[in-house]
Ligand binder design. Structure first.
Ligand code: ADP
Length: 474
């Protein structure tokens, strides 16, 4: 139950590229809008306010100085002159009445003198700038008619209106930018995902058996790379399909021949040679040999699937490679005696290696079998096992004098089921699996191996074994 819960937790719902792109585009746009608009708003509002403060302070100080030397109508005109700039300047008596400019209708102008006094209390320069009821005020005390107050005042209605309009404008621009961002993100994600959708639709057709599909190049590099990879997967699948069909034909053919022989010889024993012990034994021997050949073919097919599924199962041990090689060469003796083959052996004594003995046996057996199968008219195969100059490697070479292998074929011969189309006289059974078994085993050992071949001169298959001292065995 617990593990089921964990399993449920691990499954995350898949997200669509469109939604993920839209989300990140919108977040980015919102951050940018906020940064730009808020900072603009703060800068504009702060600078305008600071300039108004400065202006009011400047006018206030100027008027305070003038009020010390001027009076009456002249001072009144002077104070009124600031109205042209949108600034009202008043001098108040100590009980809060406007005494300058002259003839001001008291009903129009009232000041909260107590508020001004409170604000001025403890001010170092006896002056203060403050905002109140959509106005910005500068207040200070002046020495006019024995102790009065100077108030410079300007309306902030227009400024506040402008700031409100700016705010609305910013919100509008923000919404438009977000809409445009969403549109751009939609079209970008459509462009990106349409390539992916095309590839996936083609892949579905391919998976349903349409092997001739073409994964077309999309306009983006990554998608073009993906198309190329999918096209090469398609080629490989096609190729392996062809190989499968070929091996089916090959194996069925190879199975058919010994079966026909077994049937024919069994009939011969029953009908002809049954009473003749000499002939009967000869015919029974053919049946046994052909049955062995069948068993060998089946073994090869089984071996490949076993090797591929048990990739890591290598049982390393130290063994005498020289003796082991001689043991395998002896199995080919019957070819020397019955069919005139010569195996020319040049082998250093007592070379030890560390590997899976049984699997290396298969490798050597397959290489010798091929050399015998494909060698030239002289029916000669050269086998050498030599220690390297550095003494840490042992090189096994199996050379034949046959037709050699085409350069284009060199890479393919290691593939499963690959068989040359040429017909050979083949004293050793073959299924097209031998070299694939060799490749899998040697790759699992991490041993170097390869083939050097020259058309018309023959081929040399080689394997590079590590050389180890006899006593190390782990
Ligand atoms: P098989 O020999 O049963 O066909 P292998 O996997 O052993 O299968 O070999 C694959 C193919 O490689 C052969 O069909 C043959 O074309 C080529 N090949 C292998 N060994 C030799 C060789 N010594 N000389 C030339 N061609 C070879």
């Amino acid at each position: 139950m617990k593990s089921e819960n964990n399993w449920q937790k691990k499954i995350k719902p898949l997200k669509s590229i469109n939604l993920v792109l839209l989300k990140y585009f919108l977040i980015l746009a919102a951050i940018l809008i906020l940064l730009v608009e808020v900072s603009c708003f703060i800068i504009v509002s702060n600078t305008s306010e600071a300039r108004t403060r400065e202006r009011l302070t400047h006018i206030g100080m100027e008027v305070a100085a003038v009020s010390r030397t001027s009076d009456g109508a002249a001072l009144s005109d002077y104070l009124r002159s600031f109205r042209l700039e949108g600034v009202n300047v008043y001098i108040l008596s100590s009980d809060g009445k406007v005494i300058q400019p002259l003839n001001i209708d008291e009903a129009d102008v009232t000041f909260d003198l107590d508020g001004i006094k409170k604000r001025l209390a403890n001010r170092p320069r006896n002056s203060v700038v403050y905002s109140e009821n959509n106005h910005m005020n500068y207040a200070t005390t002046v020495d006019y008619n024995g102790g009065s107050y100077l108030v410079v005042n300007c309306s902030m209605v227009i400024f506040n209106d402008s700031m409100n309009k700016l705010l609305v404008y910013f919100i509008l621009v923000g919404v438009i930018v977000l809409l445009v961002t969403a549109l751009i993100s939609y079209s970008v994600s459509q462009k990106l995902s349409s390539g992916i959708r095309n590839l996936s639709a083609t892949a579905v057709r391919f998976s349903k058996g349409e092997l001739d599909v073409n994964f077309t190049h999309a306009e983006y590099k990554e998608l073009a790379d993906l198309s190329d990879t999918l096209n090469s997967v398609r080629d490989e699948v096609k190729k392996s399909g062809d190989f499968q069909r070929e091996i089916l034909a090959n194996v069925s053919h190879d199975l058919k021949t010994p079966l026909t022989m077994i049937k024919a010889y069994a009939s011969m024993v029953r009908e002809i040679s049954g009473d003749n012990p000499e002939k009967r034994d000869k015919h029974l021997q053919v049946i046994i040999d052909e049955a062995d050949r069948l068993a060998g073919l089946v073994n090869d097919v089984l071996n490949v699937s076993k090797l591929t599924s048990n990739l890591d199962e290598i049982n390393f041990k130290v063994f005498n490679l020289t003796e082991f090689l001689y043991g395998i060469i002896n199995k080919f003796e019957y070819l020397q005696e019955t069919q005139g083959y010569s195996l020319m052996v040049d082998v250093d004594a007592n070379l030890y290696t560390r590997a899976d003995e049984e699997k290396i046996g298969q490798v050597i057996y397959n290489l010798l079998g091929n050399a015998v199968n494909y060698t030239g008219e002289d029916k000669t195969v050269y086998i050498s096992l030599k220690k390297s100059l550095t003494e840490d490697r042992i090189k096994l070479s199996v050379r034949d004098t046959g037709k050699g292998i085409d350069k284009e074929e060199l890479a393919d011969i290691w593939n499963r089921y690959y068989r040359s189309k040429d017909s050979h006289s083949r004293p050793v059974k073959g299924t097209g699996l031998g070299l694939n078994i060799v490749k899998i085993i040697l790759e699992n050992h991490s041993f170097d191996f390869g083939v050097d071949s020259e058309k018309g001169k023959g081929s040399t298959f080689w394997v590079d074994f590590p050389s180890v001292p006899e006593e190390i065995n782990a």
